[in-house]
Design a protein around this ligand. Structure first.
Ligand code: SAH
Length: 247
């Protein structure tokens, strides 16, 4: 089981929910809690709901943006209570566990949870390799934040307890891959560079970008590029921009 799973909470409104998440995580033996711009933290209500898990609150890492909170991660998974405009690869918590469990321990994994009132934005979901949806009641689909964290960390723990069964799901970029996986920060630099180049060559109209970048993100994220592949792609973009300046 990869011990490198961090739980990331984006823009949480109620500090009590942050405490509830800490408790849910510690119950399932997870300890890495990242908070992106929490509305109120630290807070007495967080401590109260954490019960005996205040150590997770004390060691919580706070960032201003989601990009910073996941910059060093190799696999980023976003949670969603409902379907979105552009479909992304969606898994349920058990499938997620079978993907995560065989990944080697040095790879860093983030599972990202959204705001109580409106979840994650499309831009935030487009930073992710997979989306995970808990198959709840279609007409009442949204779980309390801490309850959602409980369901997902429970499945991750169950899978770690029976991890031998997951060998078949070992990712092809696992231990035997020759090059390190690209991190989220590497990929974001690639996407920024790609977007700029596509504007430079008049392929992308910044006034009317439509869904071009989300579609390209989905394509590249599906293929889990490694660091060399990302630098080859960026080399092609740099060469394209150079040629353009010459002409
Ligand atoms: N009303 C919001 C849901 C917010 S619930 C919306 O429509 O998106 C708060 C968070 O709990 C979500 O962002 C997600 O991280 C998690 N969550 C709640 N229900 C979920 C479900 N069925 N599947 C996956 N995550 C869920």
């Amino acid at each position: 089981m990869s011990v490198n799973v961090r739980i990331v909470l984006v823009n949480t409104t109620h500090p009590g929910n942050i405490g509830g998440v800490a408790r849910a995580m510690k119950n399932m033996k997870f300890e890495s809690l990242y908070l992106v711009a929490p509305k109120k933290f630290p807070h007495a209500n967080a401590d109260a709901r954490a019960a005996g898990a205040t150590d997770l609150l004390e060691s919580a890492v706070v960032h201003d943006t989601l990009e910073e909170a996941i910059a060093d991660c190799h696999l980023v998974v976003g949670t969603s209570a409902r379907g979105r405009h552009i479909p992304w690869p969606v898994v349920d918590p058990r499938e997620l566990a079978s993907i995560v469990s065989p990944i080697d321990e040095e790879k860093k994994i983030a599972v990202v949870f959204g705001r109580e009132d409106r979840g994650l934005t499309n831009e935030e979901l487009h930073l992710c390799h997979y989306h995970v949806h808990i198959p709840s009641n279609e007409s009442f689909s949204s779980l309390n934040l801490a309850a959602a964290v409980q369901v997902i960390t429970y499945e991750l723990r169950m899978s770690s307890l029976y991890s031998d069964q997951n060998e078949e799901h070992k990712p092809q970029w696992g231990t035997n891959w020759d090059i390190d996986m690209a991190s989220s920060a590497d990929l974001e630099r690639l996407f920024d560079h790609m977007e700029q180049t596509l504007v430079d060559i008049d392929f992308l109209d910044p006034e009317n970008p439509r869904q071009l970048m989300p579609r390209l993100r989905r394509l590249y994220l599906r293929s889990f590029p490694d660091k060399v592949e990302v630098s080859v792609l960026r080399g092609i973009l740099t060469a394209t921009q150079k040629q353009l300046k010459k002409s």
